[in-house]
Design a protein around this ligand. Structure first.
Ligand code: KG4
Ligand code: ZN
Length: 377
């Protein structure tokens, strides 16, 4: 894909993402995507049916430098050209985050560039700028992935993210992964359930819709009851010696998930008077979620923004997109003692330094000595 024309006065930022099992390095100029390099350790986790933190950390370590070099090459820029380096500071797996944060610090320090530790969830929202241009303010965001299911309201993605609701148990993607495991469909479960569901009947089996009663919290989610109900239904079929209709189970389970997600997201928009909804995270790749969200948003007069699937799953471009927005809005860079925070609150879009408005200071002679010629020319 050839990068679209971009203005050279916009910030050129490299972003590093290592919160889970994807080593992502993206490069953007303003809201234009220049490179999106990914190395995934997903195959190494497949036999465990979930991500193994130690395995992920080691894979990040091995993939980091080659992925950064691949991104620079793809973007056709040198590390010297960058205006900043951003990195996921949290939330995520502590050891995995640490690899990205350490790499970002090393590159930023060596090159004399400001460092921006940013929030993974805010990055999932901001990535849509690479697809659809500047985010409308305010925007409601439904983030659904293997690790999170949240409804967030943002009036400025660099400084104001307000949690409206979240899952009280499993994440939406986790439910897909668990049901796929019960059906022996492998890991990750979302894409394969999505595929089977296309040939199944979503009304074949009525599975429960979690937290949709009149007294339930309006914007929180729960998928564990649904998961148990689907697993029991499958078990009963097997115990009776009957074939499990994988396509119908997939379609009916998927319908229960996306019905609740879209219903609550649209309701939050209406209640808050917000007319833009964005959906991000790995589950946003789900074809039925996209279709139903489109249908319900249209009926409610809400504009729906969903980035293309590759930008929805974890990637470095989203971190670069938020980093570029931090630079564009003059947000203060992070300090050199930036640490990975596995539970960084969603309300912190980034980790500002002690001296707001100032980039960390550099000992430039020293920087020159360790950065140049021997590292990048
Ligand atoms: O955002 P992501 O790549 O990683 C994090 O969890 O942060 O999301 C991965 C999750 C997995 O649970 C996967 O099963 C789910 O997204 N997923 C899908 C689809 N593609 C990926 N779920 C439903 N339908 C899909 N097409
Ligand atoms: Zn994610």
């Amino acid at each position: 894909m050839a990068p679209m024309a971009s203005r050279t006065d916009e910030p050129l930022v490299l972003g590093i993402e290592t919160s889970c099992d994807e080593t992502g390095v993206g490069i953007v100029r303003g809201t234009t995507l220049l490179a999106d390099a990914i190395a995934s350790s997903v195959d190494e986790h497949a036999r465990f049916g979930g991500v193994v933190p130690e395995v992920a950390s080691r894979a990040h370590l091995e993939a980091m430098v080659p992925t950064i070099e691949r991104a620079l090459k793809e973007a056709g820029v040198t590390a010297r050209d960058l205006d900043g380096i951003s990195v996921t500071a949290g939330p995520g797996l502590a050891g995995a985050l640490l690899v990205g944060v350490s790499a970002a610090k090393a590159y930023a320090y060596a090159l004399g560039k400001p460092l921006y530790g940013v929030n993974h969830l805010a990055s999932h929202i901001c990535v849509d700028q690479l697809e659809h241009g500047k985010l409308p303010e305010p925007t409601m965001a439904l983030l659904v992935s293997g690790g999170h299911s949240s409804l967030l309201l943002s009036s400025d993605i660099t400084s104001d993210v307000r949690p409206m609701g979240a899952t009280i148990d499993d994440a939406a993607g986790e439910a897909f992964d668990k049901i796929a495991r019960v059906l022996n469909l492998g890991f990750p479960g979302g894409p394969v359930i999505d595929r089977y569901a296309r040939e199944g009947d979503p009304n074949a089996i009525t599975f429960p819709r979690g937290l949709t009663g009149p007294r339930d919290p309006a914007y929180d989610f729960s998928f564990s009851g649904l998961k148990t109900s689907v697993a029991r239904w499958i078990e009963a079929k097997r115990n009776a010696g009957e074939d499990v209709p994988v396509r119908d189970v997939s379609a009916s389970f998927q319908e229960a998930v996306v019905d609740v997600l879209t219903r609550k997201a649209v309701r939050a928009c209406k209640d808050e008077g917000v007319d833009h909804l964005m959906i991000g995270g790995g589950v946003a790749a789900n074809s039925r979620l996209r279709a139903l969200a489109q249908e319900r948003c249209e009926a409610a007069g809400i504009r729906l923004r969903v980035p293309r699937p590759k930008l929805c799953t974890d990637n470095g471009a989203m971190v670069a997109a938020l980093g570029a927005e931090m630079v564009a809005r003059n947000r203060s860079a992070s300090d050199w003692d930036l640490s990975a925070d596995s539970s960084l609150p969603v309300t912190d879009p980034h980790v500002p330094g002690q001296n707001p408005g100032h980039a960390p200071t550099h000992d430039h002679d020293h920087v020159h000595e360790i950065s140049k010629d021997n590292l990048y020319s």
